[in-house]
Design a protein around this ligand. Sequence first.
Ligand SMILES: [Zn+2]
Length: 211
Amino acid sequence: MVGLNNDLKHSRTSVRSCFACRKKDEKSSMLRLVVDESGKIWPDLLAKAPGRGFYLCMDESCLSSLNDKRLGVLRNKHKVVLPQWYGLQERLLDILSQHIALQLTRLKLGAAIGRDAVMHQMWKNAELLLLLAEEAGQALVRQVMDAVKKRGEAGLKTTSLNGLPEACLVNVFQRGKMSVVALSVSKKTAKLQRYCAWYGRIKGSKVSNGE
Ligand SMILES: [Zn+2]
């Protein structure tokens, strides 16, 4: 009986249902959102903010279910103000890019910075995480994505995020212009990879008011 209680307690604290798509997952791998006093929703990446929270699994199709109609379920429970999906999308991207910058700062010594250094990394066997700025020129994007394709054909894995604000990279690396960065994937890059994946999905998701 004690064992059963412990199991229940454990599952109550570590698994959550996704608010958008209702999939169950470990809460440590999900994005926590909190509602502030004025009824606005904010991402809580450290999962430590006080207040009523809910979770998103952030899988590929997850956010397509998160519109104001779905958020309306929270209206009475958490005093969520509607409509707010568009504003929420901006807030999520803004805070995620801050956390991406924070993670990048921790990892910047091992990063390949700029076109030449990144292209050089492309021929190494390591799994790569690639960040391309929103402002990157078409020629650079094409060159980099061609190399990613060739890596794929050679069985080498690359995770890429296109469309991060250049300011985010410029601040971290203290250079005037900063369009592309590559990092070898390791345990240390896990958080950064997760934030980058979330960023891409939020950015790519359609703004909907649910009507
Ligand atoms: Zn989900």
